[in-house]
Design a protein around this ligand. Structure first.
Ligand SMILES: [Fe+2]
Length: 256
């Protein structure tokens, strides 16, 4: 599929899957780097009912062992973070000057329970947006969530549910956010090394992993210049110099 086709999917149904954007060598390198960061924090159980900070850039929470400002901890993985396919899709949806807003990663394990329905409106400010209890509507997409999965996401790998939506649809939850199923959901499975892209308004949930071992992903937010300024920023991206041309092309410079 072309970037244009994926972009149409994102606008018309709220998600797109870019299969195998990352090869086995990239997957292995990313996994070993995330494992090293997890080990450096004492290899804690990678989920907790109540969020607990572990360092300036890592915490355990219901999401898992969460790394913020990923390139601040692991600048060496910058060349592996993005794929040309993803950047093409982001530009096709958000405009040619779309920029990278956030980088992060999550490690979890089979002990993480069902991850309930949520979306990512507001991007890096998502928690503040949720706290308002308001559900803004959109005529154009302002942000995409892109996640590179470093595991096979099959029935045992913790598949996702997503509720397809058009960009202009209401953004309110369809049902109880803790419900295990929503009418109209689709189940998303895909090969290891694929990039799953959600429009920020797309509601989704994640089933528990049934296979032993650590489930890992690296994630990014891509944002339109038309989106409101966020309050928080990913400081590891400000003036980042370790990137190759692809990542550099989506960095927003101070005052830019
Ligand atoms: Fe999510």
């Amino acid at each position: 599929m072309s970037a244009h086709d994926h972009a149409r999917d994102l606008v018309e149904r709220g998600y797109a899957i870019l299969p195998r954007t990352h090869d086995d060598a990239a997957i292995a390198a990313l996994r070993s780097r995330l494992r090293a960061i997890h080990d450096a924090h004492g290899a804690p159980t990678p989920h907790a009912q109540v969020a607990r900070p572990l360092s300036e850039r890592a915490m355990v929470s219901p999401t898992g062992f969460v790394i913020f400002e990923l390139l601040g901890l692991a600048p060496d993985i910058a060349p592996l973070l993005l794929s040309p396919e993803l950047v093409d899709v982001a530009r096709a949806v958000l405009g040619p000057d779309a920029f990278l807003e956030l980088t992060g990663a999550v490690v979890s394990d089979p002990g993480r329970p069902f991850f309930s329905w949520h979306n990512h409106i507001g991007g890096i400010d998502v928690e503040e947006q949720r706290a308002t209890g308001q559900y803004p509507r959109f005529t154009r997409s302002e942000r995409l969530i892109a996640v590179v999965y470093l595991d096979e996401i099959d029935v045992e790998g913790g598949p996702l549910f997503a509720l397809p939506r058009r960009i202009t649809d209401p953004t309110e939850p369809r049902d109880d956010q803790r419900a295990s199923h929503w009418d109209g959901e689709v189940t998303l499975t895909f090969p290891v090394g694929s990039t799953l892209v959600f429009e920020q308004c797309t509601w989704h949930a994640v089933q528990p992993q049934r296979r032993a071992g650590l489930r890992m992903f690296v994630g990014t937010y891509f944002t339109s210049r038309a989106a409101p300024e966020t309050r928080a920023i990913d400081r590891s991206l400000v003036g980042f110099r370790g990137a190759g041309p692809l990542l550099r092309s989506v960095l927003r410079e101070p005052g830019d």
